[in-house]
Design a protein around this ligand. Sequence first.
Ligand SMILES: Cc1ncc(COP(=O)(O)O)c(C=O)c1O
Length: 392
Amino acid sequence: MTTKALMNTYGPRSTTLVRGEGCWLWDDKGNKYLDALSGIAVCGLGHSHPAVAKAIAEQAATLTHCSNYFNIPLQEQLADALRSASGMTNMFFGNSGAEANEAAIKLARMYGHKRGIKLPTVVVMEKSFHGRTLATLSASGNRKIQAGFEPLVRGFVRAPFDDLAALEKIAENNSDVCAILVEPIQGEGGIRVPAPDYLNRLRAFCDKHQWLLMLDEVQTGNGRTGTYFNFQQYNITPDVVTTAKGLGNGLPIGVCLAHGVAAELMQPGNHGSTFGGNPLACAGALATVETIENQQLSLKAAKIGDRLLAGFKERLAGVKTVKDVRGRGLMIGIQMTMPCKSLFAQALDAGLVINVTADSVIRLLPPLIFDEAHADQLMDVLVPLIVNFKGD
Ligand SMILES: Cc1ncc(COP(=O)(O)O)c(C=O)c1O
């Protein structure tokens, strides 16, 4: 593209994708790509999924939008579907992950004020990512996305990820803290998987201190790690969960889900959104959630994820530039010893869409419909690129 009419937020982009079907994408020159990114964990059902396409098309021709001044039965159906998929009880729909987290942060502040805390404070983690609005970039543990946007929003304290001792210290010294916001697996931070007992210990810790446990499942949610939400692998119930990305298979929709004490905090006038939960977005998201649940795609993601993890570990064993291979389900990171951003373009040339995050981590987020053949093709193409990689 040659227009100068866009703000330069994304830098130059060399490839124009024009069509997608299942796990495959095509560019404007007719080149075909295997998609191991899903639009950054969004198109879990792959591209042009018939059930989602039908739901969107029918709803677009019926009632796209009506505002939240009116009953929206599809919003209620979607909330009920998410309730049965997750056990969380009350939801607020927005349009993105950042907005879902904004709702969570507002809930934490409401909860703090209710407890008589004057400056309610949320513990957030190093290397976390929660979005690009002012509150969510302030919550994120990434200086690069904060720089230039000071003053940051107050009311956050930072702790190292996967470190309960650090939280104990914060609890001792800061009586304003009333919640933790944490990704169960850090995505943008480099697919960082915490110790297996981390979430259980966090739940017990939050109970002890009467803090809300708020999980940012914007990236880990919607079937990606082997259960609808990642927390469901730990037999715990968080107070607040947020998700977006894979919720609508490409439609802009996000949700903040609450349980227990957090579920009844919002009252009329406290929060809202013009587009949030509109009939079109909810129709697409409902078809997506139902398909993920009915076809047990979370289990499939776990199975193919195991195959990929084991396969990459085996094929990359002994490669000096590979530091670690890790992940859960279809959220896989290959940590290199050096920056490797140029692998994105090299993979594209080889007919593969991947991503590099945190400078040196190859991030794979394939659609949940990936099968054995897709997985093997991904490894066949990517492994030689990694083995021969000499640096950016
Ligand atoms: C864990 C997490 N939270 C929040 C966000 C922000 O979501 P959005 O870009 O939809 O605002 C992202 C996006 O990458 C994310 O990975």
